[in-house]
Design a protein around this ligand. Structure first.
Ligand code: FAD
Length: 106
């Protein structure tokens, strides 16, 4: 089985990068695509214990996909939920775009 930590880091990079390129004003099709993607992703994620918890999270907190900002924040909150579960510090979601889209200024 894949290394859960390595897999996690790469996967968050992929997911936040998808959010960073998600349109500011998505079409209805783009919105349903991202929701389908997240639902299938949570089923197929190859860390089974992780996937189980993430699936219940996605069911409980429906994917917000009305804009890049909305989806980016939803994903940041989802990542924070995992951070809390693992006892990691939570991330300030107001810095999400700076971290994943526009880049740190320093
Ligand atoms: P990561 O959490 O991988 O984060 C990578 C980088 O993202 C950080 O360095 C930081 O710059 C940035 N970041 C951190 N928080 C946020 C945020 N909220 N929003 C935006 N950016 C942020 N591991 C388990 O052991 N058990 C699990 O149940 C589990 N569930 C997971 C579920 C999913 C869907 C995913 C993708 C991963 C899961 N993992 C799980 C892996 C875990 O989340 C971490 O990826 C792994 O522990 C490595 O952590 P890390 O400290 O390197 O940083």
């Amino acid at each position: 089985p894949p290394d859960v930590e390595q897999l996690g880091r790469s996967t968050w990079t992929l997911l936040h990068s998808i959010a960073a390129t998600y349109p500011p004003r998505p079409t209805p099709k783009e919105q349903s695509d991202i929701k389908d993607f997240m639902r299938l992703f949570s089923k197929l994620y190859p860390c089974w214990v992780c996937a189980e918890d993430f699936q219940s999270y996605v069911e409980k907190k429906e994917v917000k996909a009305g804009s890049r900002e909305e989806f980016g924040n939803w994903l940041c909150e989802a990542h924070n939920e995992v951070n809390r579960k693992l006892g990691k510090p939570t991330f300030d979601c107001s810095k999400w775009e700076e971290r994943w889209r526009t880049g740190w200024k320093d």
